[in-house]
Design a protein around this ligand. Structure first.
Ligand code: UN1
Length: 488
């Protein structure tokens, strides 16, 4: 079946009917697979208005009740896992395993958020005054705008939406214009969950399709309390200041340029599998993709030779086939960027129609400069060599991005040094696993030009709430803080 036919069938089975000016093309063969209507400025305005009204109602619903809605959403996602994953494959070009993994990540965050809905707690703090108590409470924040990228077309929405909703906030989603159909499918599943829940306010979960203008309207609307944006550093550089200008909050997940250090004691069998998945997997289109391999000189010749053989044997092809490990790049522009980064040496592989399939590349470099410093969203792995661990850590940290990092070593001192304050400067630092494929239980995000935001697990939920500090006097006197006397 062609991607277009299969997409139409899947969308119909999920009850999604769409048609409009925004055409979606499958990266599998470049052919159009469907279209959606783009939101007008008036519709963005209306969405913000309705969401702001929904907030007033939703914030008073007890958090565990809000969690019930997310439990139902998780159920819908479980039931539709295969269909939704298949749509991810058809529209974003992910291989079958990764499509399923993406939907699993949505299910996982829903489960997490349900538990979290009973754990949105603050602290009680010792007061310096007699008969006083201090505490903090976490209250719902307001409308949350979520801007997502094509490479995780649905999971990143779920990270944000599941937490935002249990935290008491409506969500307006602006998906990537490259993956509008799978977003429409998610909204259909969300609608089922909302219908079963029965009494959620209208406009609690909305989706606005379209390009940059739609995102900008959302970014500028003062009713949007938090803008959570995932994408390039260039995008974040626009979004961050614009939201700050109106004193809104932003949560930015921007570019990564992730490294792996392979030390002399490393288990090279593990390391090579980790390199394969994290550098070539998802056709190099994860923000956590391994882009720089920093190998100890003593093992570099052997390890790099082995990787070259493995890369030459990677099965690149139609992502729908179970044996494929690397599917297509998202589009022609992605191929052009890869080819430019490689001085015209990117190897395109003919698979189907106008799909842009490439052989994952290994490029040995003697210094960290030029394209090595940039995030090219394609499977290019730069290899650097080192003698001293300090040198390797300096290379790991010597880029403007700070998302993820890892070290392969069986030397405890090396591992701990890498994880220490003097080690990796990234938001994620791993030992004996690659930089990509994080679990949802941890906080996800990075430093420097990656934007500083944290999503998903740990205490990331706090970004979706506002903190109120409360001091309560249960005595009969009115002592002032800092011992100030102010008597009449
Ligand atoms: C992204 O590429 O935007 O850690 C997110 C990972 C995935 C999420 C990636 N769980 O690779």
């Amino acid at each position: 079946m062609s991607p277009a036919e299969e997409t139409a069938k899947l969308l119909a089975s999920l009850g999604v009917r769409t048609e409009g000016s925004l055409v979606s093309q499958s990266p599998i063969d470049g052919a159009a697979i469907g279209s959606v209507a783009e939101a007008t400025n008036g519709e963005v305005e209306q969405a913000c208005l309705v969401a702001a009204e929904a907030f007033v109602q939703w914030r008073t619903v007890p958090a565990p009740r809000r969690g019930e809605l997310i439990r139902l959403l998780g159920e819908e996602l479980r039931n539709a896992k295969e269909s939704l994953a298949r749509l991810v494959t058809l529209e974003a070009g992910k291989i079958v395993q990764e499509g399923l993994g993406e939907v699993q990540e949505m299910i996982d965050i829903c489960d997490y958020a349900v538990g979290l809905s009973r754990q949105l707690y603050g602290l009680t703090i010792a007061s310096e005054r007699a008969d006083h108590r201090m505490m903090e409470q976490w209250h719902p924040l307001g409308v949350v705008g979520v801007i997502t990228a094509f490479n995780f077309p649905v999971a990143v929405w779920a990270w944000n939406a599941a937490l935002a909703v249990v935290c008491g906030n409506p969500v307006i989603w602006k998906p990537s214009e490259k993956t509008p159909l799978v977003a429409a499918a998610v909204m259909a599943l969300a609608k089922r969950a909302l219908d079963r829940f029965g009494h959620a306010p209208q406009g609690l979960l909305q989706c606005l399709q379209g390009g940059r203008e739609v995102g900008e309207a959302l970014v500028d609307d003062t009713r949007v309390a938090l803008v959570s944006a995932t994408g390039s550093t260039a995008m974040g550089r626009v979004v961050g200041p614009r939201v700050a200008q109106r004193f809104g909050r932003s949560l930015l997940e921007l570019g990564g340029n992730n490294a792996m250090i392979v030390g002399p004691s490393a288990d090279l069998k593990l390391a090579e599998r980790a390199v394969l998945f994290s550098a070539a997997g998802t056709a190099g289109q994860r923000c956590t993709t391994l882009r720089r391999l920093i190998v100890h000189e003593s093992i570099a010749d052997e390890f790099v030779a082995r990787l070259k053989t493995l890369f030459a044997g990677i099965r690149v092809g139609d992502p729908r086939e179970e044996t494929t490990l690397v599917g297509p790049l998202i589009d022609e522009a992605a191929f052009r960027a890869m080819n430019e980064a490689m001085d015209g040496k990117a190897e395109r592989i003919e698979v189907e129609g106008d799909g842009y399939y490439v052989r994952p590349a290994i490029v040995e470099v003697d210094a960290q400069r030029g394209m090595v410093l940039k995030e090219t969203f394609a499977p290019i792995l730069y290899v650097l060599r080192y003698w001293e661990l300090d040198e390797a850590i300096a290379l790991n940290n010597g880029v403007v991005q700070g998302l993820s990092s890892s070290i392969f070593t069986n030397d405890l001192r090396e591992a701990e040094r890498f994880l220490s304050a003097a080690g990796s400067d990234c938001g994620i630092a791993n030992v004996n696993i690659g930089p990509s494929g994080a679990e949802i239980g941890g906080a996800f995000g990075g430093e420097k030009e990656t934007g500083g935001g944290r999503e998903s697990g740990s205490d990331s939920w706090r970004a979706y709430m506002r903190r109120a500090t409360n001091t309560i006097n249960y005595g009969t006197e009115l002592p002032l803080a800092q011992g100030i006397k102010f008597d009449v």
